[in-house]
Design a protein around this ligand. Structure first.
Ligand code: S3P
Length: 432
């Protein structure tokens, strides 16, 4: 519904990428890993359930702290039944990597969105390491795999900019004797590298001829850790855009992770004229963090540099909403990866924004958006927008609704629970 303004101070839940890794890596360390600030969204709970099914103890205390007792690298147990990954691509691809280095068999299943997503990108390198796969048509879930009995270390140059593929290969390398080498022509989020080093893995990251070269020595062994998960910049982005486009807003978002491989959206919003200040820069759990002060701003359309895409890959849906409210044209390109996320986010957002009255042209690899110049969007009348089981489409269009005359009706808000269970509550608390 149209909001008056967003004010006060909020905190978004823990980072999803870091939370997945904390549960998986804790599940590999013998002894107790403690995690505070863990995101308790459905995606991370899928990872926790899978790690339990393979022998780890993963428990939540009443104070919200999580405790994980791991089994040790090389000692994952074969799960008794299929691993249900729900909507979560990160759980699926990273766990496929982990299992590839263990001589166990596992079956992965997921919801309709996940079952349409390509797994060939991890099957290919993990097969080279010795794992075997039987996948559904097109390399999708349901899929059964058997990890390698004697895993082989590989050198792998990423053909797509994907932190999930990079992480899958590195996790397979943990139980593989020798050096597993991943080469990234385009840098992607580096939470795996940071946390692997934190758990005591022997690894190096170097820049060679403009590429990132990551080397990991197996067989590794992990020391349990105490981890504090910073707030998720991808979740903060919804509130940042909401505050930028709703007149009268002045919002503080505390404890936002600003890892340079994740914070691109805030830079682009600033380039558009958005008032976003970083306050109290600090480090939390080995990651840079700040509080953001975001004020309503007159935004201007820009040509978004495709080079910045990997550092804001999940934030394009909400950036498109900001563009729809800006003065002039915003052009984005180089975004073909958005077509294989929880939904085809280019088509889903073009359709949804058009239904809400925005001017959008879809190209092969991006959207071109003619903004309203700050005037509210008309909003939907009659048909609701379709979220296609994609949490980020639902939240982006909820934000668009705040700056619309009639509001934006959304067909299904349940996917929001995968990454941001208290989104609606926080939005109503911040809107006055
Ligand atoms: C993630 C990597 C990205 C991102 C996803 C989380 C991760 O996916 O879109 O939400 O935690 O490694 P890709 O690796 O497919 O780009």
């Amino acid at each position: 519904m149209p909001a008056k303004s967003l004010t006060g101070t909020i905190r978004v839940p823990g980072d999803k990428s870091i939370s997945h890794r904390a549960v998986m890596f804790g599940g590999l360390a013998v002894g107790e890993t403690k995690v505070t600030g863990l995101l308790e969204g459905e995606d991370v709970l899928s990872t926790a359930a899978a790690m339990r099914a393979m022998g780890a103890r993963v428990e939540r205390a009443d104070n919200g702290e999580w405790s994980i007792h791991g089994v040790g690298i090389g000692s994952l147990a074969e799960p008794n039944s299929a691993l249900d990954m729900g909507n979560s691509g990160t759980s699926t691809r990273l766990l496929m990597g982990l299992i590839a280095g263990h001589a166990i068999q596992a079956t992965f299943v997921g919801d309709a969105s996940l079952s349409g997503r390509p797994m060939g990108r991890v099957i290919e390198p993990l097969s080279k390491m010795g794992a075997q796969f039987t996948a559904s048509a097109g390399g999708t879930l349901p899929l059964t795999m058997r990890g390698a009995t004697t895993p082989i270390p590989i050198e792998y140059r990423l053909p797509v900019a994907s932190a999930q593929v990079k992480s899958a290969v590195l996790l397979a390398g943990l139980n593989t004797p020798g050096i597993t080498r991943v080469i990234e022509p385009v840098p992607t989020r580096d939470h795996s590298e940071r946390m692997l080093a934190g758990f005591g893995a022997e690894m190096t990251v170097e820049e060679v001829d403009g590429e990132r070269v990551i080397e990991l020595r197996g067989e590794a062994s992990f020391e349990p850790q105490t981890i504090t998960v910073p707030g998720d910049p991808s979740s903060a982005a919804f509130f940042a855009v909401a505050a930028l486009i709703v007149p009268g807003s002045d919002l503080i978002i505390e404890n936002v992770g600003l890892n340079p491989t994740r914070a691109g959206v805030f830079e682009v919003l600033r380039q558009m004229g958005g008032s976003i200040e970083y306050l109290s820069h600090r480090e939390v759990g080995g990651e840079p963090v700040a509080d953001l002060r975001v004020r309503h701003s007159a935004l201007t359309g820009i040509d978004v540099d495709p080079g910045i895409a990997p550092s804001m890959i999940d934030e394009f849906p909400v950036l498109f909403v900001a563009a729809a409210m800006a003065k002039g044209t915003t052009t984005t390109r180089g975004l073909e990866e958005l077509r294989v996320k929880e939904s085809d986010r280019l088509t889903a957002m073009a359709d949804a924004l058009k239904l809400a009255g925005a001017h959008v042209e879809e190209t092969e690899d991006g959207l071109i958006i003619e903004g309203s110049g700050g005037d509210p969007l008309p909003g939907t009348s009659g048909a609701p927008v379709t979220t296609h089981l994609d949490h980020r489409i639902a939240m982006s269009m909820a934000v668009a609704g705040l700056a619309s005359s009639k509001g934006v009706e959304i067909d299904d808000t349940t996917p929001i629970g995968t990454s941001f269970p208290n989104f609606e509550k926080l939005m109503s608390e911040a809107s006055v």
